[in-house]
Design a protein around this ligand. Structure first.
Ligand SMILES: C[S@@+](CC[C@H](N)C(=O)[O-])C[C@H]1O[C@@H](n2cnc3c(N)ncnc32)[C@H](O)[C@@H]1O
Length: 303
């Protein structure tokens, strides 16, 4: 197993959630349990944490990290879109706050066999939920050229998507593409050399696109944002940390539509936007944890 995940923007999350004793929180993306641990500390002695994650490796770490608080913690291996069912099954109608810290944890990124990392050789898997059906290898070897190009363009915002899709389809005529490094090589060769930049691996956007599609990440985020707030008590808060512009746009637009600002849509007025601009990690945090660089935190409060 890889190194522990370092939670991002912890103090900012805790202060926006306004954690206090007696409260009930949902951490819908437990990961290594870093944020959850802090929520449990700040809600001592009797706050409750309902945690979920769909990745068994993450849950193992989280269970270990949260052991000292196990009498106040309930953990579920679930897709967070099922949050309403979980809360209903617990007969919990209202919670004080919900945290979503979407994206990958270091636990996932650093485990070679999971196929998320551009840097190490591994099977082209990329499923966050190991029980799920479709892997990145399935997509790369089975999608039509047009579908591949659209996926890489829409979810990776990759301008060379059509060239990359063509190269993938050419290559798979010779044999199926099964590993991270095989795919990386094809992508690198498809992008003209003068567009290779020293600090960013040329295959970054393609890997992001495949991961988003394998895990249905954007649709899941949309769904949980639409349903999650309905479980907040009045004054309860929803915090979302995202790591790329596609996710942040969904959060920003959903908050706006559900807030007074979006009243014209007929849905407005259930949330108040607390963070007019996204909160980002300080320079000090970025030095300590370079992976947090692209994190953006937004918070809204139930009216
Ligand atoms: C960035 S990590 C969270 C890290 C965590 N906040 C911590 O402090 O350790 C994101 C986690 O969300 C999980 N995740 C992403 N999408 C999910 C979904 N739809 N349902 C459940 N878990 C999901 C991933 O498996 C991963 O473990």
């Amino acid at each position: 197993m890889g190194s522990r995940h370092i939670p991002v923007l912890v103090e900012e999350v805790i202060s926006l959630l306004r954690c206090e004793p007696h409260q009930i929180y949902v951490d819908a993306t437990l990961g290594g349990g870093g944020h959850a641990l802090e929520i449990l500390r700040r809600t001592a002695p009797d706050g409750i944490l309902i945690g979920m994650d769909w990745d068994e490796d993450a849950l193992c770490e989280a269970r270990e990290a949260l052991k000292p608080f196990e009498n106040r913690t309930m953990i579920f291996r679930e897709n967070f879109v099922r949050m309403p069912d979980i809360l209903n099954s617990l007969k919990i109608k209202r919670v004080d706050g919900i945290l979503l810290d979407v994206g990958l944890s270091s636990i996932q990124l650093e485990e070679k066999d999971r196929g998320f990392s551009l840097k190490s050789e591994g099977p082209l898997d990329m499923r966050m939920d190991q029980r799920a059906g479709v892997s990145a290898a399935d997509l790369v070897n089975q999608l039509s050229e047009a579908d591949l190009a659209e996926t890489i363009y829409c979810y990776g915002e990759e301008r060379w998507s059509r060239r990359i899709a063509k190269a993938i389809v050419e290559e798979r005529k010779r044999g199926s593409i099964e590993t991270t490094q095989a795919l990386r090589k094809i992508v690198c060769q498809a992008i003209p050399r003068r567009f290779h930049f020293r600090r960013i691996d040329p295959a970054t956007k393609t890997f992001q696109a495949l991961r988003i599609r394998v895990n249905n990440e954007l649709e899941n985020l949309r769904q949980v944002l639409e349903s999650g707030w309905t479980f907040l008590r009045e004054g309860g808060r929803l915090c979302v940390i995202s790591f790329h512009s596609l996710e942040d746009r969904i959060v920003k637009e959903t908050f706006r539509r559900l807030s007074k600002e979006g009243e014209g849509s007929g849905l407005g007025g259930v949330l108040r936007i607390v963070t007019k601009r996204p909160v980002t990690p300080s320079e000090e945090e970025q030095m300590r944890n370079p992976r947090c660089r692209s994190a953006k935190l937004r918070c809204a409060e139930r009216i």
